[in-house]
Design a binder for this molecule. Structure first.
Ligand code: ZN
Ligand code: ZN
Length: 189
């Protein structure tokens, strides 16, 4: 039993040098290492489901697979935790012998899908993940998440200096004319 082996290994002993032979293989991998870029990725411990078709060729084993998992990270605008589905297809030949035509080789009785799945998953990840395409981010003044508070606003930037100026400017302009609109008809004098 291969008990210390990577969960990404598939035994292909029954396919080696039997061109034309084919079989399906489904794997439920719990990835020991994350597959991620700097901001989002499939984290260690996350399940990855792999539906693979293995086909014996003259010079190697062709592996085609559908890979599904979940990537987790943060919205780059509002910093909330997000997760998104990862779905990638891989297709790769694992050669029987070192051959510059192929990037991967059959190792003993196995093919190791780890590098292939890693590349495909990491390439599929966004560099600027967002919780939703039009996420408005955080309020630049108080940092509140704008999606959580629709209509969030700071009352006309009530900077105390401005309101003091407004009061000063307003007072002498219409002395004793409370009740009429300032500046409505008493501009000329
Ligand atoms: Zn967001
Ligand atoms: Zn605010």
């Amino acid at each position: 039993m291969e008990k210390t082996s990577s969960p990404y290994l598939i035994n292909v002993r029954d396919l080696i040098h039997r061109p034309g032979e084919q079989r399906e293989r489904d794997l439920e991998i719990t990835t020991p290492d994350e597959l991620a870029n700097a901001v989002i990725g499939v984290r260690a411990g996350e399940p990855i489901s792999v539906k693979a078709t293995l086909e014996s060729l003259h010079d190697g084993i062709l592996v085609s697979a559908e890979v599904d998992s979940t990537a987790r990270g943060e919205c780059v605008r509002c910093l909330i935790d997000i997760s998104q589905e990862v779905e990638v297809d891989i297709q790769e030949v694992f050669a029987y012998s070192v051959d510059e035509a192929f990037d991967y080789e059959v190792q003993g009785d196995h093919v190791n899908l780890e590098p292939v799945i890693r590349d495909a998953v990491v390439l599929s990840l966004p560099f600027q993940p967002v919780c939703q395409p039009d996420c408005p981010g955080l309020c630049p003044q108080c940092g509140v998440r704008l999606l959580d508070e629709p209509g969030h606003k700071h009352e006309e930037q009530t900077d105390p200096r401005w309101s003091a100026l407004a009061a000063l400017a307003g007072e002498p302009q219409n002395p004793g004319e409370t009740g009429t609109k300032p500046g409505a008809e008493t501009e000329e004098r």
